[in-house]
Design a protein around this ligand. Sequence first.
Ligand code: ZN
Length: 330
Amino acid sequence: MKSKFSYISQSFITQGFWTALSGLLLGFLLYGCTPQAAPPQQDAVSSSQPTTSPAQNEKKVILTTFTVLADMAKNVAGDKAIVESIAKPGAEIHGYEVTPSDLERGQKADLILDNGLNLERWAERFYNSLPKVPHVTLSEGFEPVNIADDAYNGKPNPHAWMSPQNALIYTDNIRKALGELDPANAATYDANAKAYSQQIRAIDTQLKQAIAAVPPDKRYIVSCEGAFSYIARDYGLKEVYIWAVNAEQQATPKQVERVINTVKENQIPAVFCESTVSNEAQLQVAKESGAKFAGVFYVDSLSPPDGSAPTYLKLLEYNVNTLIKGLQGN
Ligand SMILES: [Zn+2]
């Protein structure tokens, strides 16, 4: 029987799309590489061609929009499917710009997994170019926390994966999607998802206990992006941020002043930023409030393999440890 997830031919990619894409790439080159931009596509992940060997041909190829989802999906897939991320470690995900190589990989994929909740603003156009490749949104099945900020008021906060409780739902959604795509290996996906969920629960308990040891009046998480609403809710933290979503990254004087005032009023000892954006505005907050700038969190991307947060579980652990050390003045 022919799989319903058959590969698509290149012919539907219209000339118009490629023209648009070249324009986009030219724009990218003209702007140059900002510090938070993805490194050039020459690392092991992007240079690997998933369907070159006969043995690999039998495995399904799953793309995820960013590195955090790829790590979760790899834990569920095990060695039964090939999982790769479209965005590379360190790439800014909200305003990610699709490359010709991403489209090529998209054409060869059997399934694409995304976060949804307006995280991947580029995904719709990407999917329009890949009409035959199915995609599944992983943030289905729970109530999103809305952003309480003027510009985004009432819109869902996209950073749902930052809560381990939500990650359990992501994991189950990955399990279902993989089992449907590849029923022959469904039992393995079920078993892998179960084992991974146990690891997520264990980390969740451990981190919740660590936060509970911080005095209640010191339980603040001050960062650049409002990415911690879900974990703040779960762990009883108060969240303070400069901008709601990293798509902006241009702090207004008013936003900076608001954070400085909150930090001063509550004598918050430490402030932080994230690995994918500039620290500049938060360094100003630190300088003017007297708080210490105590490091960066990993949110919209994992670190490279040799960094501090090469997996989702390590990301959770690193963030909470960095927060606690900062709040303790270490
Ligand atoms: Zn973000």
